[in-house]
Design a protein around this ligand. Structure first.
Ligand code: GLA
Length: 734
């Protein structure tokens, strides 16, 4: 469990009555209004005369802080609506709404009534500040610290709670949310996602009506296979790309989560986000802090584009590993060989890696297992010794062969999982999550290891650590996770209901240990597609695998939806042989992220190979804009025949625009010019087409335009049936 700021440590020394007196005295001395400001927004919390902490406002900030005192009155938040806007709704008291926290005390009593005690504001640096508010129950020695960490320039807040008690025995947390927000508008529009394997990130948008809409997962691992924990809520009307008020949220948690959105009887929106309490009553010992995962959110008054850029720049700066660093282009062998390879075949692919011009070769599944060789997905998972038939000289041979070819080497692992047909399972059946008295049930012939057990944590850490120790030149890890948790039961846990939550804490412990030892080595977060990506996991990874579906037309839509929440440099996009689109189209689609290939290079026709080699160079030329620049979605594939997205580097000097034909009914193509965004209006830019297929001439005449022209009139990329994908480079004219 994470240790964070421990205000309760100090408060513990004072009896509860004294603590309340501190609060009362503070309240008498001044009315307690707590504004939490970022560059554009203010969230205003307020302590009422009865000591309840309410959230009275979240919106554009005011220049005069004193005016925040008048907000509660303006919204008429008292009277009948009292309690609806609690900043952390506790249960078993007079507040009868959906709680953020609900407990069973050591004596079996189920009431909790949290009141304000004190708060502190800590400026961590010029950008980050932390507001911590201590709440306590007046009958039980039970308290919560609400933490709001604000990233001023990014307009992003991370919110979490630290729960602690000093009762005589264990307390059971029946619900323990990270955040409880309150939004006030005429109407609320929720955009959320659903999907399945190879069908990730399918959007749905709906108006929220009275009652509770819940987004959740109960899958244990790869928890967002069916419903990822990202969403957006627009206020008053569905937000457009450049206008409308919209809140984006993501629970930073890779396990079961639950987000409740409740339009209350006063037509306001209560939002409660946290770990899913389904089958997860958490038994908490006295004096132990329980730190919930963080709920990250950003609010924009200027539409979805700005909200995305807020979150993306925050993620690059503060969350994703090496978010401001470079990324490696690569060649993966999964789809070109599956499990069928040996040293010779891989030596050939290593040469192809060099020929293609990418940075790294990534060896996928199938390199391990001896008693049960991993020649298909039915066995061997868990036995992480290289297979002697396929790789007689081990992984070391491959790292050396890679460096002889002037490329780097990376490897696939799925360390949390085990096939029942494996030496690991034979040796340690008690390390496996399963019901002892029930038949096993598998997803992809495998089971999940019990990461609540410290021995299993050591084992999983050791898999990756051994690979690095034995192969210091190893430069990349693809960390997979293909199964959900069926038959949840741990042979290790005393309290079975702690299992789902402790599993994720166990996973994060392993990942934190790995990151302490290998801080920057690139690791891809994979999960048989995009069943796992969230900002809890991404703090340990450099990139994620959005979907196993690499059919480029599907990918345009999948990547588009991910682009609302995650920066392009984290999206592993591989060019594969899925679908019937030409290699140019497939590559052009993969370039709007972290470019990789998973094709048989030796089977490419000369023109195709020449195109790919040149595309890798073009990609590198514009990678600064794609990886670290600002992203502007220009035309949504859902509503247009041509989808268009662009990236502008931070100096607004270099930009690249990607255009794809996604619908050819009536053969319209790009009839109108598409307006660019994010350029400097008074600057001149040269516009030209790049990434042309060998032998093809561009129909776009190189020309110089002002930023103003490009953003007012736009540029027509001339997308049509014979030009289904067009890349336009925009460079500051000399
Ligand atoms: C998952 C991944 C694939 C590949 C296979 C290997 O399905 O998503 O990319 O690594 O596992 O078994």
């Amino acid at each position: 469990m994470h240790k964070t700021k421990t205000l309760t440590g100090l408060l513990r020394m004072l009896p509860v009555t004294m603590l309340l007196m501190v609060g009362v005295m503070a309240a008498k001395a001044q009315s307690i209004v707590i504004p939490i400001e970022s560059k554009q927004n203010a969230m205003v919390l307020q302590v009422g005369p009865d000591k309840y902490l309410d959230m009275v406002y979240f919106g554009n900030k005011l220049p005069d802080k004193n005016e925040y005192n008048s907000i509660a009155k303006a919204y008429r938040l008292n009277g009948k609506t009292e309690g609806y806007n609690s900043a952390y709704t506790s249960s078993g008291n007079r507040n009868l709404l959906e709680p953020a926290i609900s407990v069973t005390h050591a004596d079996g009593n189920k009431s909790l009534d949290l009141k304000y005690v004190s708060h502190s504001v800590t400026k961590i640096n010029d950008d980050i500040s932390l507001v911590s508010i201590t709440l306590k129950d007046s009958v039980y020695d039970f308290g919560v610290i609400l933490n709001y960490q604000t990233y001023y320039n990014e307009n992003v807040t991370e919110q979490w709670s630290v729960i602690e008690h000093h009762e005589k025995h264990d307390v059971v947390l029946n619900k323990y949310a990270s955040a409880n927000l309150y939004l006030q508008a005429g109407s609320y529009w929720l955009k959320h996602y659903h999907g399945d394997w190879a069908k990730e990130m399918r959007p749905e948008e709906e108006q929220l009506n009275h009652g509770i809409k819940t987004l959740d997962s109960k899958l244990g691992t790869r928890a967002d296979l069916f419903q990822p924990p990202v969403f957006m809520v627009s206020l008053n009307k569905p937000a457009a790309e450049d206008n409308g008020e919209v809140l984006y949220g993501n629970l930073e948690w890779s396990g079961n989560y639950r987000i409740d959105l409740e339009v209350d009887p006063s037509n306001n929106l209560r939002l409660i986000a946290g770990i899913n309490n389904y089958a997860a009553d958490y038994v908490l010992k006295p004096g132990v802090e329980f730190t919930t995962p963080k709920f990250v959110y950003t609010l924009s008054a200027n539409g979805k584009g700005e909200a995305s850029r807020n979150l993306q720049s925050w993620a690059r700066k503060y969350k994703i590993v090496d978010g401001e660093g470079p990324r490696l282009t690569l060649l993966n062998n999964w789809e070109s060989t599956y499990f069928n390879f040996n040293e010779n075949r891989l030596a050939g692919i290593l040469k192809d890696t060099k020929t293609l011009g990418v940075d790294l070769f990534l060896l996928d599944d199938g390199w391990f297992g001896n008693k049960y060789p991993r020649n298909d997905d039915r066995q061997g998972l868990g036995d992480w010794q290289s297979n002697k038939d396929k790789l007689p000289d081990g992984v070391a041979f491959l790292t050396k062969a890679a460096s002889d070819n002037g490329v780097k080497f990376g490897i696939w692992v799925e360390p949390e999982m085990v096939n029942p047909k494996s030496e690991l399972y034979e040796k340690h059946p008690d390390w496996v999550v399963k019901q002892p008295q029930r038949p096993e049930y598998y997803m992809r012939n495998q089971l999940v290891l019990d990461l609540t057990n410290p021995k299993v944590q050591d084992f999983v850490f050791g898999i990756v650590d051994n690979l690095f120790t034995k192969n210091p030149a190893l430069a990349y890890i693809k960390w997979d996770c293909n199964s959900v948790i069926y038959n949840a039961h741990s042979a290790y846990e005393k309290n079975q209901s702690n299992f789902y939550t402790d599993y994720v804490f166990g996973l994060y412990k392993v990942l934190a240990r790995l990151r302490a030892k290998y801080p920057k080595v690139p690791m891809m977060l994979c999960s048989g597609g995009g069943g796992r990506v969230d900002y809890g996991a991404l703090q340990y990874f450099t990139e994620y695998w959005p979907s196993d579906n690499t059919e480029p037309m599907e990918r345009i839509f999948i990547q588009w939806e991910y682009s609302y929440f995650y920066p392009a440099l984290a999206s592993s996009n591989h060019v594969t042989d899925w679908g019937k689109e030409p290699i140019k189209f497939r590559t052009d689609v993969a370039m709007t992220g972290k470019l990789g290939f998973d094709i048989v290079v030796s089977k490419l026709k000369p023109d195709e190979l020449a195109f790919c080699q040149q595309a890798v160079k073009t990609y590198k030329e514009y990678s600064e804009a794609i990886w670290h620049g600002n992203q502007y979605r220009l035309q949504d594939p859902q509503d247009n025949d041509v989808a268009s997205i662009m990236y502008v580097d931070s100096s607004k000097n270099s930009a690249i625009m990607f255009n794809y034909l996604v619908n050819n009914r009536y053969a319209t193509g790009s009839k109108l010019p598409i307006r660019l965004k994010g350029l400097q209006p008074d600057r001149m830019y040269t516009v030209s087409e790049v990434n042309l297929y060998p032998g093809n001439r561009s129909t776009i005449v190189n020309a110089v335009y002002s930023g103003q022209f490009l953003m007012t009139v736009g540029i027509n990329p001339d997308v049509r049936e014979s030009r289904t994908s067009v890349l336009i480079a925009v460079n500051g004219a000399k």
